[in-house]
Ligand binder design. Structure first.
Ligand code: PLP
Length: 403
């Protein structure tokens, strides 16, 4: 056994989150004896299935829908699910109850949040800044939101945002963690800078929620969105969420004021009057099956402090970098993820030649990460179900594949 294999076993033995792995459906137990088992390092794209979900979905379909039918909107709590599940996500992103609502996709919520932010910023401000390195959908939606509200969209690298702000800035849309490189941006400092300029922030938490503390309330973030199928394990296409800070809720003017966001949805009035609080972020009838699968999936967070998740995430990524440095021939890969903890999310991105081909071979050998064009290997580390032996094995298989 190599020194790193021994170290991995020791780290797994003292890992207080290791027990969580049993709550997920995965190929086989961790450990060096399980070398034939798969290593799943793509939870930053699609989280693994929590074991509690299939039974819950079965109950929702067979009993709640099949037997209770229409009564389930009240009796099974379907109608209130978007706010109830929002309150379940809230502590994971540092929000007090009543500010997060679940529904629609991240793309749709980016639209609601950004147009809402621009409307709150007022008429005098004619510019919207967007993270120039953003996940594409945020950029596409921001372009349309700016066009529809008569503002100019300016792409700016997150580090350059403070210098680009001014009294023309209405709103700034930023990614908390860069999906490609895994770089963590300084949410407290950037939010403070945007506020200093009198503008509003919209943060996209897709790659941070469930992996590290976000502190929305603490840092005075205005609006935020995020998906639930990455580190929150909600399932393919699980509904996203929208956060609107409490003090802004009364001023939030949704560009998609569907009947679910009406003050009296069953009044069936022709005139629109917005609900107060988080429900104002709703649009139409919620996708109950996905939403209740997500609710069950969130049970794995019971008693798990986000700080413990962050500590393990950093330990996992540190250990992966160490194993890669030890096993992979010098110069064969280049790490795009910052080494500094303060700038690192929960993934490691390695640039290498033939990355698409390399990832294909890694997956054949049971190490599942993903490839992002043109030349990036992405490995996501989900602290609830990835262990240190997995990390060591992934690096070893990577070295063999590159060798
Ligand atoms: C994953 C991700 C999305 C996904 O948006 P969907 O509408 O759910 O497809 C959006 N933004 C970022 C930053 C992401 O990482």
């Amino acid at each position: 056994m190599s020194e790193l294999t021994v170290r991995a076993a020791k780290l797994d033995a003292v890992d207080e989150l290791a027990v969580k792995r049993a709550e997920f459906v995965l190929d086989a137990a961790s450990g060096h004896a399980a070398d034939a088992a798969g290593v799943y390092l793509d939870g930053n794209s699609l989280g693994a299935l929590p074991a509690v979900v299939p039974g819950r979905v079965e109950d929702v379909v067979r009993r709640q829908w099949g037997e209770l039918r229409i009564q389930s909107w009240e009796e099974s709590g379907w109608w209130a699910a978007p706010e109830r599940i929002g309150d379940r996500i809230a502590p994971l992103v540092g929000a007090a109850p009543g500010q997060v609502v679940v529904g629609d996709s991240t793309s749709v919520n980016v639209f609601k949040a950004l147009v809402g932010a621009v409307r709150m910023a007022g008429d005098g401000r004619d510019e919207v800044l967007v993270d120039a390195t953003t996940f594409p959908t945020d950029g596409y939606i921001a372009e349309s939101a700016a066009r529809m509200t008569g503002r100019t969209l300016r792409p700016v690298a997150p580090a350059e945002v403070p210098g680009a702000l001014g009294d023309r800035t209405a709103a700034v849309l930023l990614n908390h963690v860069d999906y490609r490189t895994g770089r963590l941006h300084d949410l407290p400092a950037l939010t403070a800078a945007v506020h200093e300029a009198g503008a509003l922030t919209v943060w996209d938490l897709c790659h941070s929620a469930g992996a590290l503390p976000v502190g929305l309330d603490e840092h005075g973030v205005d609006l935020a969105v995020g998906c639930t199928y990455k580190y929150l394990n909600g399932g393919p296409g699980a509904p996203a969420y929208l956060y609107v800070r409490r003090e802004l809720q009364d001023r939030f003017d949704s560009p998609l004021p569907g009947w679910n966001s009406h003050a009296e949805p069953f009044g069936m009035r022709s005139g629109y009057e917005p609900a107060s609080g988080a429900p104002r972020g709703r649009v139409g009838t919620p996708d109950i099956l996905s939403m209740l699968a997500l609710e069950a999936a969130l049970e794995v967070w019971e008693g798990v402090p986000v700080e413990a998740v962050r500590a393990k995430s950093l330990a996992l990524t540190d250990f992966f970098l160490e194993c890669v440095a030890e096993y992979v021939p010098e110069g064969r890969v280049e790490c795009l993820t910052p080494v500094a903890h303060a700038e690192r999310g929960s993934q490691i991105a390695l640039r290498c030649d033939d990355a698409g081909e390399v990832m294909k071979r890694l997956i054949e050998r049971g190490v599942v990460g993903d490839y992002r064009a043109p030349d990036v290997l992405r490995f996501g580390f989900t602290p609830l179900y990835v262990g240190f032996a997995d990390v060591e094995r992934a690096a070893r298989v990577l070295a063999r594949t590159l060798g």
